[in-house]
Design a protein around this ligand. Structure first.
Ligand SMILES: NC(=O)c1ccc[n+]([C@@H]2O[C@H](COP(=O)([O-])OP(=O)(O)OC[C@H]3O[C@@H](n4cnc5c(N)ncnc54)[C@H](OP(=O)(O)O)[C@@H]3O)[C@@H](O)[C@H]2O)c1
Length: 512
């Protein structure tokens, strides 16, 4: 590690660097993610002068396009998707470095021609040969792309240069497939050159969890089972299976699609011990310890602690929406959950006995992700009728879309008698800071160019998360009748069975 970064880590913050010049090769250059997220993120980085002095962006896909036509399409989608609007002059300056390489991911020849293309454009500017490959394709292509990159020698960087890979989700569909993919990745790129994207980690609010916990002495002493009654993590989506998503989703389900990655990552940030410094491995060492200590469940425990459900006909924003099983490309007899709620425990010193509740659902009333820590009640000797444990003091971290935090506490209501009511202290990012939050992909792309993997999932994190998720999926698979599929009307907050899960312990889901 260079001395400068060691110094900055010891001081407890990371200074921002401008990355070295490099080429970014996007596999899946004509796809949705490239248009809606990657290019707008790069455009906004260019507006903020955060990109390398020379950045070549090379698109790889099958459709017949020229550099010019690809660039024009991206400009159109950027004008719709850029968070800070679109300026033609700024775009033209940014887009000078675009080139399109037509190829088939399955065809080794396409990688040889890609290699020649890269050598040519890199030698024109006579700069180094740093290369960042972005796998923005369907997951079935991940192994073949790795194999072909290796065969073409594109995984090996020239002297004094680097060659890295960013891999999109989903990273496997169970432990075995994730291990196989990790094996293929690590045979091609070293772990330090591998960047597994979990875009939740790039969100400002997720990054703030560590600052909130470890830069404020007000919270950390309370951050343990002695004071915290329970924790809730909710990810609600109002969307269903639009845009042909049913085909992928019906094979995955809410647990694999969202809990295995995003929600377990949030859980590990909430529950981890303080890292020894802010280096990528120190932070990830602590996160993986949490994932390893989540109590595994046998089939009976899955039935008792996990609720799965599908939405029925209902309405969202006054519009009727159809049931999950009637959605396009969804099996009419599907046993895939569009909703999951679970109670889990972390078997370590800090969290002994504290329930963590996770819920994720499609077609819920609104789109929101938040974490709430419910503190235990004080001794009930002075005031009568205090709210029950976990309901009076609540710290809420709003991950999206209304980024911020709030603290709920009890206060005396003004008046001559003693009446106690909850009051809220609220912090919104948009009002406290002049700058809007960058999109997660901005932070993640720049980190991968710099070589900082802190906000990317390490191999053991991914695999340990799958160990836990597999225990649930296997129980469902083996005992379909014993773990029935609950139902909830589209547009509601989920099935009654999920409410019972909390009521068993005198808890209630937070109203969002
Ligand atoms: N879209 C999102 O919001 C989002 C969010 C999170 C994660 N992801 C992940 O990101 C990845 C990409 O998603 P996406 O939504 O962008 O998918 P998509 O819209 O279906 O795009 C797929 C891309 O792959 C290319 N492609 C397909 N077959 C190819 C072949 N044989 N050779 C060369 N190129 C080929 C397509 O281009 P041609 O047809 O021109 O060949 C297209 O550019 C997936 O892993 C997805 O799970 C997406």
């Amino acid at each position: 590690m260079p001395e400068s970064s060691v110094t900055s880590l010891r001081r407890g913050f990371k200074t921002r660097q401008i990355p070295e010049s490099c080429s970014l090769i996007i596999f899946g250059a004509t796809g949705d993610l490239t248009h809606r997220k990657l290019i707008p993120a790069l455009y906004n980085l260019s507006l903020n002068n955060e990109l390398p002095e020379i950045l070549r962006i090379i698109g790889f896909a099958r459709r017949d396009k020229t550099d010019q036509s690809w660039q024009e399409e991206l400009e159109k989608s950027n004008s719709k998707n850029s968070r800070s609007g679109h300026d033609s002059k700024a775009w033209n300056k940014f887009a000078t470095s675009f080139s399109y390489h037509r190829g088939d991911l399955n065809d080794p020849e396409s990688y040889k021609t890609l290699s020649e293309h890269l050598d040519k454009i890199e030698s024109e500017k006579d700069v180094n040969h740093n290369r960042l490959f972005y796998l923005s394709t369907a997951p079935q292509f991940f192994p073949v792309v790795l194999e072909n990159l290796k065969a073409a020698g594109l995984n090996n960087a020239n002297t004094n240069a680097w060659s890295r890979i960013i891999i999109e989700k989903p990273f496997g569909s169970d432990l075995k497939s994730a291990q196989d993919l990790n094996q293929a990745v690590n045979e091609t790129f070293s772990e330090t050159d591998t960047y597994r994207i979990d875009h939740y980690l790039g969100k400002e609010t997720a990054q703030n969890i560590m600052v909130l916990r470890f830069a404020n002495s007000i919270f950390e002493p309370l951050w343990r089972s002695r004071f915290i009654d329970h924790v809730q993590i909710t990810c609600a989506e109002h969307l269903g299976m639009e845009g042909g998503r049913g085909g992928y989703y019906d094979k995955a389900g809410a647990t694999r699609d969202m809990v295995q990655n995003h929600l377990l990552q949030l859980l590990s940030l909430i529950a981890m011990e303080p890292p020894t410094d802010l280096s990528a491995d120190s932070v990830r060492d602590e996160k993986v310890k949490v994932l390893r200590t989540i109590r595994k469940m046998n089939a009976k425990q899955v039935t008792e602690n996990v609720v799965r459900a599908q939405y029925e006909d209902g309405s969202i924003d006054g519009e009727p929406v159809k049931a999950y099983r009637k959605e396009d490309r969804v099996d009419p007899e599907s046993m895939t959950e569009s909703y999951v709620a679970m109670r889990l425990y972390i078997d370590n010193w800090r969290w002994e006995g504290t329930p963590f509740y996770i819920r994720m659902g499609k077609r819920l009333p609104k789109k929101t992700t938040e974490i709430s820590l419910h503190l235990k009640s004080p001794p009930n000797v002075l005031f009568q009728k205090l709210p029950s444990a976990g309901e009076s003091n609540i710290l809420t971290i709003r991950i999206q879309p209304d980024e911020g935090m709030s603290v709920l506490m009890l206060s005396k209501k003004p008046g001559t008698s003693l009446k106690i009511e909850p009051v809220k202290m609220n912090f919104h990012y948009w009002s406290s800071f002049e700058k809007g939050s960058p999109e997660a992909y901005e932070r993640l792309l720049i980190d991968a160019m710099i070589g900082d993997a802190t906000l990317f999932a390490r191999r053991d994190e991914v695999e340990n998360a799958w160990v836990f998720i597999d225990s649930i999926e296997e129980a469902w698979h083996e005992s379909q009748e014993k773990t029935p599929m609950a139902e909830y009307p589209a547009g509601s907050w989920g099935p009654k069975e999920a409410d019972h899960l909390l009521a068993e312990m005198d808890h209630e889901w937070r109203t969002l």
